[in-house]
Design a protein around this ligand. Structure first.
Ligand code: PMP
Length: 388
């Protein structure tokens, strides 16, 4: 096969070989219902318990605080509604316009239903602006149900000052929920130490299977369950457990935990920096989004004005580079990413922005390939643009 660089790891990652094996084995051997009393059921139950322990080790939390779900979308929807219900009569949520749509859309729905959803101002790098945040915490002190700010942005890799945000939330006795889908498995997440109260994650972002993820709720965090139908997950999420998915997530957590104890993230960052610097050298008018924010080691989001990201992505794919733009294609036209626009990125930059995201399996050969292809594609598109 011709050379290919898969640089779309924030969309999803390839399952680790150990994960594939563990999922297959669980499908073969641990298919009994984990709620069944008989020994086959209990065998499946033990596999789930083991996965919960591994996930707890990755996040440094108590396994009993973990609720397994079908992924971060379900976790986010559940926590938004469930924490609001638990905090009634409070009706205010502080959040941002930079959340993943799995927070943004349920938040918008809640606003339509009459809840008071406040979008915190962010700076050009996508970080929550401190003074307006502190002022909103003060102004709405008596009505805030919780604060919902993502940990790491999926489009730019910008890392929010989650510890500082959480510290103010603690002072105000307001729970902090953070969508940590891009953080878990990629950076060290110490939930015992951090001032957060609820966190969502998804296995397929850290080389686990799709359709499985979870919600961490600090033991004192109150949430009214949203998925009713059985006493599963300590009565916090009904439904027969996805044993193979959960087992696969456990193995993925164990591997991620090992990875985070090596210099893997630093090596990944060096690869990302080499890619980014090389592209900037070859395309001097390219713009790195969130360049001044602390960024996740694997992500580079680059604007190539006046090009359109859709054309870039198609040509990149033809030449063997899988990348992404912030927003989904609809009927041939690509809307610029609402996240970049909400950050204040100028429209021509947002229109031509492409996200390159690495993983722990990314090779130097893939980076070399992307370094050849990206400038070539940009050049080709620029020369084929109509003059003026
Ligand atoms: N939150 C963030 C920050 C994400 O990046 C994603 C996946 N793109 C999700 C939530 C949703 O995860 P899932 O599709 O696994 O439900």
């Amino acid at each position: 096969m011709a050379m290919h660089a898969y640089l779309d790891n924030n969309a999803t990652t390839q399952p680790a070989p150990e994960v594939v094996e563990a999922v297959a084995q669980a499908l073969r051997e641990d298919w009994a219902n984990p709620s069944s009393i008989h020994r086959f059921g209990q065998q499946a139950r033990r596999q789930i318990d083991l996965a919960r322990e591994k996930m707890g080790q990755l996040l440094n939390c108590s396994p009993s605080e973990l609720v397994f779900t079908s992924g971060a979308t379900e976790s986010n929807n559940t926590v938004l509604r469930g924490m609001l219900a638990a905090r009634a009569p409070r009706r205010t949520i502080l959040t941002t316009r930079l959340e993943h749509s799995a927070v943004r859309e349920p938040a918008a729905r809640l606003s339509e239903e009459g809840y008071n959803v406040i979008y915190l101002p962010v700076d050009i790098d996508g970080l929550v602006e401190w003074d307006p945040f502190a002022a909103a915490m003060e102004e709405h002190a008596d009505d805030i149900a919780f604060v919902a700010v993502h940990w790491i942005n999926n489009e730019t890799g910008a890392i929010q000052p989650i510890e500082r945000i959480g510290t103010l939330c603690r002072e105000r006795r307001v729970p902090l929920f953070s969508d940590a889908t891009q953080a878990v498995g990629k950076i060290h997440c110490d939930l015992k130490e951090l001032p957060v109260d609820a966190v969502s994650f998804s296995a397929h972002k850290f080389h686990g299977p799709k359709g499985v993820g979870g919600l961490w709720l600090r033991s004192r965090t109150r949430m009214i369950p949203q998925m009713l139908g059985g006493p599963h997950e300590r009565e916090r999420r009904g439904g027969t457990e996805n044993t193979p998915g959960i087992v696969g997530m456990g193995v993925a957590a164990e591997l991620a935990h090992q990875f985070l104890q090596t210099d893997g993230p630093q090596q990944g960052e060096a690869q990302r920096d080499r890619l980014e610097q090389g592209i900037l050298k070859a395309v001097p008018d390219a713009v790195v989004n969130s360049v001044n924010a602390p960024r996740l080691w694997n992500t580079s989001n680059i604007g190539f004005p006046p090009l359109e990201s859709e054309a870039l992505l198609i040509l990149l794919s033809e030449k063997g580079v899988s990348a992404a733009a912030g927003a989904a294609c609809s009927s041939g036209s690509l809307e610029p990413s609402p996240v970049l626009l909400a950050m204040g990125v100028p429209a021509p930059v947002a229109h031509g922005s492409v996200r390159l995201s690495l993983c722990r399996y990314t090779t130097d050969a893939e980076i070399d390939h992307a370094l050849r292809v990206v400038p070539e594609v940009v050049e080709k598109l620029k020369t084929s643009m109509p003059v003026g």
